[in-house]
Design a binder for this molecule. Structure first.
Ligand code: NAD
Ligand code: MG
Length: 393
């Protein structure tokens, strides 16, 4: 039996992970589930999946969960805080850790899983964006495995030759083609983007996801974060990564080789495919996803991305080229701006403005330690909040 800790089990990726696990009860056992504050959903998951541990980051939520589990007669140990997350990411009975917390909050437990040599199933792209160098180093040093869950990176991984760790040029890979749906506003004019609402931004045409990543998809910051994620995962500069708009979301990304070949992974847009792939790797297992019907799809379209309407993509390319803590600053400013947009305190088109000004005003440094990264992350959050206040005034 493979023991699994699901970080962020109540979220979109967490729920899909538990769905895949429940299809293979002879193979996987839930060791720990974690959430921020959603007690009712966690209680349901505890009933269904019977983990040994449940973590609620929020102390009050942890207390509530404890009482409810006791009343239900379920013997599950409840932990709280970031320490609780780090603890369950490194348990000896845990073999795989699904890193599916959203945002910077996922970094510490993901690092803890890497340090404890787990198979890390990485959905939490922000962790890699913030501290790619440190996280990859930790993976190498501890002998942990890192398998990408983000559908594009999972597709790239599937399209890569077996061993690419010595560099893509040694295995004949010339370019990564990172596909993007273009999000809900792909065909909107700049003018019409001025007044879009959070609900419109969260209505993704092909994928059902959490609200933060949905807004990131609408601004195309999600693709920008994914370019940075791909640089770290596949050890290649951003200049080797071409974003390709592909509105149908059937091809999940491609790898181009020196002989002219292009390998792609295709499938229905359902995260259970990359989750099942990474959990079964190097084998394959059933995921609950229907197989692709080519005649229903009929056609596949491709376009170049428009960096004028979607400046977040340009900002992300600039941040990874600048290096050091610049991507962490980009990510922190984006988290603040997206939250403000979701709370209707910031118009959609001001999201990139806040991020760009934060990057101009907060200087970046070599990302040599976690402390230095968190320092610049914090400075960027403060700057972005200050810019929000100026915006409101
Ligand atoms: P979500 O908002 O649906 O779920 C987030 C989870 O994280 C929840 O369980 C929540 O309780 C937990 N969480 C939130 N804030 C926390 C905090 N401060 N501390 C601890 N836990 C906290 O998000 P999601 O869509 O499942 O995305 C999760 C991650 O996976 C993100 O990094 C996202 O970019 C990535 N991802 C998601 C998808 C997708 O299809 N949803 C695809 C690719 C990558
Ligand atoms: Mg993705």
């Amino acid at each position: 039996m493979i023991g699994v800790t699901v970080l962020g089990s109540t979220g979109s990726i967490g729920v899909s992970t538990l769905d895949v696990m429940a299809r293979h009860p002879e193979r996987f056992k839930a060791i720990a589930l974690t959430a921020n504050s959603q007690v009712e959903r966690m209680l349901e998951q505890c009933h269904q999946h019977r983990p040994e541990f449940a973590v609620m980051v929020d102390e009050q939520a942890a207390e509530q969960l404890k009482n409810k589990l006791q009343a239900a007669g379920l013997e599950i140990e409840v932990l709280s805080g970031v320490e609780g997350l780090e603890q369950v990411a490194a348990l000896p009975q845990t073999d795989y850790v699904m890193a599916a917390i959203v945002g910077a909050a996922g970094l510490r437990p993901t690092l803890a899983a890497a340090r404890a040599s787990k198979r890390v199933l990485l959905a939490n792209k922000e962790a890699l964006v913030m501290s790619g160098h440190l996280l990859m180093q930790e993976i190498r040093d501890s002998g942990a495995e890192l398998l990408p869950i983000d559908s594009e990176h999972n597709a790239i991984f599937q399209s890569m030759p077996g061993n690419f760790s010595d560099g893509l040029e040694h295995v004949g890979v010339t370019r990564i083609l990172l596909t993007a749906s273009g999000g809900p506003f792909r065909t909107n004019s700049l003018e019409s983007l001025k007044s879009v609402t959070p609900d419109q931004a969260c209505a993704h045409p092909n994928w059902e996801m959490g609200r933060k990543i949905s807004v990131d998809s609408a601004t195309m910051m999600n693709k920008g974060l994914e370019v940075i994620e791909a640089c770290w995962l596949f050890n290649t500069p951003a200049s080797n990564i071409q974003v390709v708009i592909h509105p149908q979301s059937v091809i999940h990304s491609m790898v181009q080789y020196s002989d002219g070949s292009v390998l792609a992974q295709l499938g229905n847009p359902d995260m259970r495919t990359p989750i099942a792939h990474a959990m079964a790797w190097p084998e394959r297992m059933e995921s609950g996803v229907a197989s692709l019907n080519m005649f229903d799809i009929a056609r596949l379209d491709f376009e170049e991305p428009d960096m004028t309407r979607f400046p977040c993509l340009r900002l992300a390319y600039e941040a990874i080229v600048a290096g050091g803590t610049a991507p962490a600053i980009l990510n922190a400013a984006n988290e603040i701006a997206v939250e403000a947009f979701l709370n209707e305190r910031l118009p959609f088109l001001s999201i990139p403005r806040i991020i760009e000004t934060t990057l101009e005003r907060v200087s970046h440094h070599p990302a040599e330690s976690l402390d230095l990264i968190y320092e610049d992350d914090e400075l960027a959050r403060e700057m972005a909040k200050q810019l929000l206040m100026e915006h409101a005034a």
